[in-house]
Design a protein around this ligand. Structure first.
Ligand code: S3P
Length: 437
C-alpha cells in the first residue's frame, strides 16, 4: 500500500493511547504458554508480530482464547503447556517478520525433547540467528539450518547444561533466549552483556514464579524451574509513542499527550536524547504495572533543537528509535552523531543504509558508515518517493518526515506498520483533528 502525506497544515493536538508494548506482549504470550495453568493478559498489542507469537504457541499446544478486543488491546486467556511441555508441531512454525518470536522460541524449545522448524518472511530469513544458536548449542541444544545461521532453522531440544555467557552484543532477544533455556538446565546460567538491553524478561519472569538474580549487566536463572500462570497487564509501547512524540516536536503548534506508556529506563533512551536536544517533552510518572514503570508523555512543538552525540553505550536503550531520532535530527542546529549503531544493519531491514539514503533523498545531509550515522541539521526536507522496504519503523519515521517535508511524500509498502502499530495513520489523523479524549 502506498501512503501519501503532506506537511501538516494544522498542529497535532490531543491525547492518544498508543498500543500495547510489542516486547512485553510477546513475552506475556510466550511465558503464559510455558506456564502451568491459565494466565490472563490484558492490553496485548494487536499486531502482526504478536499474532506470530500467538500462532506459534498454539502450534506448540498452548490454548489462546480471545476474551475481548478493546481499544487498549487484546484481553487473552492463555492455557499453558506447563509440565507436559510443548507438543511437536505438525509443520513449520512461521514467525513472520518477528525476530523476538523466533529468537525467544529457539530458547524455549531448546530444553524440550521435540523437533520443530521455525521459519519467517524474507526479512526474518536474512537476519542472523547464530548469535542465539551458538550459545544454545553450548548448553546442549541442536540446530539445523541450510544456509548457515538464518531461518528456516530446525531445533532439536533436550537435556541442557547451565552455562555462563559474556554476550558480544547487547541484545535482549539473545539474553532472553538464553534465560528461557536456562529454566530447563539444572544449575545456574548467567548472561552478561556489554551494555544494558531491555529487561522485560527479567522483570516479568518473577510474576510467573521464576526468581531472576540481577546484577549490573548480568542476569542469572537457576533451573530447573517451572512457570506458573500469572495475570499481566501490558503498558503502552514507548517505541510506538516515539513517532508521535517526534511528530509533535516538528509540527508547529503541536501539543500531544500519550498516557500509560512504559517508562522502563532500558527503553526510553530516546527521551533522554530529546531532552539533551532541548525538546519540549514532559514526563509524568504513573503507577508501576506488572514490574514496569509507566507514566504519561507530553510533547510540544520545539522550534529550537540542538544536535547531540548518541554514544554506543546508550544505543541499546533507543535501538528501535534511531530512524525517528535521525528524522528529528534533520531539524536540529548542528550535526547529530550516532555511535555504535552497526546493529541497525541486521534489523527488519538495513536501517542504517535505508535511513541515511532516505534523508539524503529528502534533501537532508546524512552520512553512514559501518557503525555510525551523522545527520547534519538545518537542511529543509522536500517530499519525495520513499520505500519502507517492508520495515515498520522506517515506514513511520518516513511519515514523520512527510509531516514537515515540503510537497508530497509517498511511502511504498506502508502496510509494514501493521507489524507494531496498525492504527498509526489513524492516530495521526486523530491528532490532526485536534480531538481531545
Ligand atoms: C527486542 C529486542 C531488540 C529490539 C527488538 C525487540 C525484544 O532487538 O530491537 O525490536 O523484544 O527483545 P535485539 O535483541 O536484537 O537488540
Amino acid at each position: 500500500m502506498r501512503y501519501h502525506i503532506r506537511p501538516s497544515a494544522v498542529p497535532l493536538m490531543g491525547t492518544v493511547r498508543v498500543p500495547g508494548d510489542k516486547s512485553i506482549s510477546h513475552r506475556a504470550v510466550l511465558f503464559a504458554a510455558m506456564a502451568e495453568g491459565t494466565s490472563r493478559l490484558t492490553g496485548v498489542l494487536e499486531s502482526a508480530d504478536v499474532r506470530s507469537s500467538m500462532a506459534a504457541v498454539e502450534a506448540l499446544g498452548a490454548q489462546v482464547e480471545l476474551i475481548a478486543e478493546e481499544p487498549e488491546g487484546l484481553s487473552l486467556a492463555v492455557r499453558g503447556w506447563g509440565a507436559d511441555g510443548p507438543i511437536e508441531p505438525v509443520g513449520p512454525i512461521d514467525c513472520g517478520n518477528s525476530g523476538t518470536s523466533i529468537r525467544l522460541l529457539l530458547g524455549i524449545l531448546a530444553g524440550w525433547p521435540i523437533n520443530a522448524v521455525l521459519t519467517g518472511d524474507e526479512s526474518l530469513s536474512r537476519r542472523p540467528m547464530r548469535r542465539v544458536t551458538a550459545p544454545l548449542s553450548e548448553m546442549g541444544a541442536r540446530f539445523q539450518a541450510e544456509e548457515g545461521d538464518v531461518a528456516p532453522i530446525g531445533v532439536s531440544g533436550g537435556s541442557l547444561r547451565p552455562a555462563s555467557f559474556e554476550l558480544p552484543v547487547a541484545s535482549a532477544q539473545v539474553k532472553s533466549a538464553l534465560l528461557l533455556a536456562a529454566l530447563r538446565a539444572p544449575g545456574t546460567t548467567r548472561v552478561c552483556e556489554p551494555s544494558p538491553s531491555r529487561d522485560h524478561t527479567e522483570r516479568m519472569l518473577p510474576a510467573f514464579g521464576v526468581p531472576v538474580d540481577r546484577q549490573t549487566l548480568c542476569a542469572s536463572v537457576t533451573g530447573p524451574v517451572a512457570l506458573s500462570a500469572a495475570d499481566v497487564a501490558v503498558a503502552a509501547d514507548p517505541s510506538s509513542a516515539a513517532f508521535l512524540v517526534g511528530a509533535a516536536l516538528l509540527v508547529p503548534g503541536s501539543d500531544v499527550s500519550l498516557p500509560g506508556v512504559s517508562l522502563n529506563p532500558t527503553r526510553i533512551g530516546f527521551l533522554r536524547v530529546l531532552a539533551r536536544m532541548g525538546a519540549d517533552v514532559e514526563v509524568t510518572k504513573g503507577p508501576e504495572i506488572c514490574g514496569e514503570p509507566t507514566g504519561d508523555i507530553r510533547a510540544r512543538y520545539s522550534a529550537t533543537l540542538t544536535a547531540t552525540t548518541i554514544t554506543a553505550e546508550e544505543v541499546p536503550s533507543l535501538i528501535d528509535e534511531v530512524p525517528l531520532l535521525a528524522i528529528v535530527a534533520t531539524a536540529a542546529t548542528g550535526t547529530t552523531r550516532f555511535e555504535g549503531v552497526g546493529e541497525l544493519r541486521v534489523k527488519e531491514s538495513d536501517r542504517l543504509a535505508a535511513i541515511s539514503e532516505a534523508i539524503n533523498t529528502l534533501g537532508g545531509g546524512a552520512i553512514a558508515d559501518e557503525d555510525t550515522l551523522a545527520i547534519a541539521g538545518g537542511h529543509p526536507l522536500t517530499g519525495t518517493a520513499l520505500d519502507s522496504l517492508g520495515d515498520h519503523r522506517l515506514a513511520m519515521a518516513y511519515a514523520v518526515a512527510g509531516l514537515v517535508a515540503s510537497g508530497e511524500t509517498e511511502i511504498d509498502r506502508f502496510e509494514a506498520v501493521d507489524v507494531s502499530y496498525p492504527a498509526f495513520a489513524g492516530d495521526l489523523k486523530t491528532l490532526q483533528a485536534g480531538v481531545r479524549e
